[in-house]
Ligand binder design. Structure first.
Ligand SMILES: [Zn+2]
Length: 233
């Protein structure tokens, strides 16, 4: 059995200049490309991974299965979740307030990374990714572990009145506190709703918008992206 590992980066330890200082992992935010490449190389050295799969994230619920080994760094076009049973293949999700969601099944040896922002969450990306693990690899949701990484918390995630009303109507009043959305709770409930055990779901206490150690789109606008990364050794 291969050991499954994961981590969440923060904004420290890289080479990018302000406002991307310093460990920005995203090319699409206006940072110097060489800095991003060097930061990604640092991440690979740190994890001893030769291959990391990134996503061209589009706030959708599209799930992509990586079923053949990809050499070096690869970016999967237009998707927001990636699933694999390959070892030595890192799966990365980039965020600055959205939820970096990592999933793994140690028994079936399957891992996944998903980008659960507001749209993706509303489009059920978390349960959709679990279902892909089930259908393609025979995972049992009761065996799946989920990790919700640093992301904007209910302390900071204020949304418009109209949208708040839609959330209350579509998902329930318990996800709104006045105009503040609890997107972590919504994802947890969607996961338990399809059979993931509550005790197998880990939620980071870090709010990206409160934490100066993390990038926050809401707080900073032009900024970098940190990442959730999961892999099998
Ligand atoms: Zn906060």
């Amino acid at each position: 059995m291969a050991k499954i590992s994961y981590l969440f980066t923060d904004r420290h330890g890289g080479l990018s200049s302000p406002p991307y200082d310093s460990f920005n992992l995203a090319y699409h935010v206006g940072d110097d490309e060489r800095s991003v490449q060097r930061n990604r190389d640092i991440l690979k050295r740190k994890t001893a991974l030769l291959s990391i799969v990134w996503m061209d994230q589009i706030h959708s619920n599209r799930v992509h299965v990586v079923d053949t080994p990809l050499g070096g760094d690869t970016t999967i076009d237009r998707c927001d979740a990636i699933v694999t049973d390959l070892t030595q293949t890192g799966l990365a999700v980039m965020v600055a307030d959205c939820i970096p969601l990592l999933l793994y099944d140690t028994k079936r040896q399957v891992i996944a990374a998903a980008h659960a922002g507001r749209n993706g969450t509303f489009l059920q990306i978390a349960p959709k990714t679990v279902r892909t693990m089930q259908r393609r690899f025979g995972c049992d949701p009761e065996e799946i572990h989920a990790v919700i990484g640093p992301s904007i918390g209910p302390c900071c995630y204020e949304i418009g009145e109209d949208l708040a009303a839609i959330v209350e109507k579509s998902f329930g009043k318990q996800y709104m506190n006045d105009r503040y959305l609890d997107i972590q709770r919504l994802n947890v409930d969607m996961l338990t709703g399809i059979g993931v055990k509550a005790e197998n779901i880990d939620v980071s206490p870090i709010c990206s918008a409160c934490s100066s150690d993390h990038y926050s789109y809401r707080r900073e606008g032009t900024t970098g992206r940190f990442a959730g990364l999961i892999w099998m050794e």
